[in-house]
Design a protein around this ligand. Structure first.
Ligand code: ZN
Length: 296
């Protein structure tokens, strides 16, 4: 069983869900993020948050995939002072919802004063809600951005074991692991991290507190990067237990700290019943519905 702990399914198709399920993905976390174009109303954030809790969770379940999400004001839109405070108010309500397993993605994009203000405010929100945090690190000048991120985390007093620092590479992994935080790695097609580089990192550091995700979204990305990386690790002779730790147990254990799901339930396949509707809407277009015996 595989877990993609960072994927933006709102931007993906049912073909992706089908391929992910066929490749062994049984659970995902969809972090709240930006949609490629800045939002102009606080209400647009609320409808997006509602879709992560409602329609997208339903779509995933229709393909046998458990869908959890994180709630947050992403770093890019934290720079929009006109909206940020309104979104923070919404977040106080939405972090309490069922299926929300962390506050995120938060952190730095361009490392501005506004980003820092809302990064810190959202760590406080997570502490109040008793939730872990999922941190986005900048793609430009990653090393410095990650160091600054770790300093803010330390100063905030949130426990490092409740902190997942994402988008790591060879330059940042050691300092993240040394801080006691968990370390995510986004595997992209032909850029940034790839499967082979991830294999080398695992050979060097092992599997403890290490996660792998696709970060697939509306840009050039691949929702099958977790299964592909798992295969690359096995092909390189990394033992099955380590692959299972990285691609299943670590994300389960990290997000279980939210107290929002039952770890035991997670080890069992989610039965599919495509006769179900969400607010009257189906993912099917007249196809014969799949109905697993366990769902009957
Ligand atoms: Zn993301």
């Amino acid at each position: 069983m595989l877990f993609d702990p960072h994927i933006h399914m709102t931007s993906r198709t049912t073909d992706d869900y089908q391929a992910m399920a066929a490749a062994g993905i049984r659970a995902i976390v969809e972090p709240a993020f930006w949609l490629g174009q800045p939002r102009t109303h606080v209400g647009s954030f609320e409808d997006y948050f509602l879709s992560l809790l409602g329609w997208e969770r339903f779509r995933a379940a229709q393909f046998g995939i458990r869908h959890l999400c994180t709630m947050g004001l992403n770093p890019k839109e934290a720079n929009n002072a006109r909206l940020a405070d309104g979104v923070m108010e919404l977040l106080r309500l939405y972090v309490e919802k069922d299926g929300v397993v962390a506050v995120g993605e938060i952190g730095y994009d361009d490392v501005t004063a506004h980003e820092e203000k809302y990064f810190m405010a959202q760590i406080e929100l997570a502490k109040d809600a008793g939730l872990p945090i999922l941190i986005h690190t900048p793609h430009r000048d990653k090393k410095r951005g990650t160091e600054r991120t770790l300093a803010v985390v330390k100063e905030s007093g949130i426990a490092p074991e409740l902190t997942l620092v994402d988008h790591n590479n060879e330059e940042t992994l050691k300092s993240v692991l040394d801080s006691g935080c968990w370390a995510g790695h986004s595997i992209y097609p032909n850029t940034k991290m790839d499967e082979q580089r991830m294999v080398t990192l695992v050979q060097q550091y092992g599997g403890e507190r290490i996660l792998v995700n696709s970060a697939a979204d509306w840009g050039v990305s691949d929702p099958l990067k977790v299964p592909k990386t798992a295969e690359a690790m096995k092909a390189a002779g990394i033992d099955a237990a380590t692959v299972d730790t990285i691609c299943w147990k670590n994300p389960v254990n990290f997000f279980a700290q939210s107290g929002r799901f039952d770890v035991k339930e997670f080890g069992v396949d989610l039965p599919v019943d495509q006769r179900q509707l969400f607010q009257g809407n189906s993912v099917l277009r007249g196809q014969a519905p799949r109905t697993d015996a366990a769902a009957q």
